[in-house]
Write a protein that binds this ligand. Structure first.
Ligand code: PEP
Length: 253
């Protein structure tokens, strides 16, 4: 059975005190019953990971992710963070291939494949992001484009490794724009990606993978999106910065 997941990507927001306050609020507000049904993940900036981990350590409602990792294990990469450092700081998950990383930091499918490998080797669960620009959506070949992102960054993995990955479909035209994909658009892409994975691997593996939707997901639209049969939850940006909005989204399953 695949998991229902809500993950909050704080991006480059929140000072340490603000981040700790947000974390405590989320931990206190997530209802007990959510524990059995859904996995809740927060991804603060790197520098807050250890402090947030300390706040999370006596509970199991909320789990910790990093927003990125480097593709090499260690070395002369000033300012970068390795997957083993993240694991040692207490992260269990890492977002890989967010569209902002692809766009502003020129991360390619090939480099992302290496990041996925190194994350898995360090026992981190990758939250692998994929998604098309408005231009590609309007050209009409968006399913092929996103399928190819999966193929080039994930399809080298053996079954047991791919089954540990969480996929997040995030149409770039919907991220931070207030413009959400309709539930029909999200369902179409999620079903197509699952079918593509099934054809390359197996129905069983594809059925068990969690595929999250991301892109201006908020309390007012989460219920409709999460009701789609192939949408297993959300990767949330802006709305994850408010404990009330984030927890309302979690309650939308
Ligand atoms: C994101 O950046 O992953 C995201 C989904 O952002 P927002 O919810 O703000 O559109």
């Amino acid at each position: 059975m695949r998991k229902k997941i809500v993950a909050g990507n704080w991006k480059m927001n929140k000072t340490l005190d603000e981040g700790l306050k947000l974390t405590s609020e989320i931990v206190n507000m997530v209802p007990d019953e959510v524990n059995n049904d859904a996995l809740v993940i927060i991804a603060p900036p790197f520098v807050h990971l250890t402090a947030v981990r300390n706040l999370l350590k006596d509970q199991d409602r909320v789990h910790l992710a990093a927003q990125n990792c480097h593709s090499e294990e260690s070395g002369a990469y000033t300012g970068e963070i390795s997957a083993s450092m993240l694991a040692s700081a207490g992260a269990g998950y890492v977002i890989i291939g967010h569209s902002e990383r692809r766009e502003y930091f020129h991360e390619t499918n090939e480099e992302l494949a290496k990041k996925v490998n190194i994350a898995l080797a360090n026992k981190l669960t990758p939250v692998f992001c994929c998604g098309e620009s408005l231009e590609i959506r309007e050209e009409g070949n968006y399913v092929e484009y996103v399928s190819n992102q999966l193929k080039e960054s994930l399809f080298h993995l053996p079954d047991e490794d791919l089954s540990r990955v969480i996929i997040a479909y995030e149409p770039i035209w919907a991220i931070g724009t207030g413009k959400t994909a309709s539930s029909e658009q999200a369902q179409e892409m999620h079903a197509a990606l699952r079918k593509y994975i099934a054809s390359a691997y197996s129905d069983e593996l594809a059925d068990n993978l969690s595929v999250l939707y991301g892109g201006s997901c908020k309390p007012s639209n989460a219920r409709k999106l999460f009701a789609c049969p192939d949408v297993d939850g959300g990767l949330i940006g802006g709305a994850s910065l408010s404990s009330r909005d984030f927890v309302d989204i979690i309650k939308s399953f």
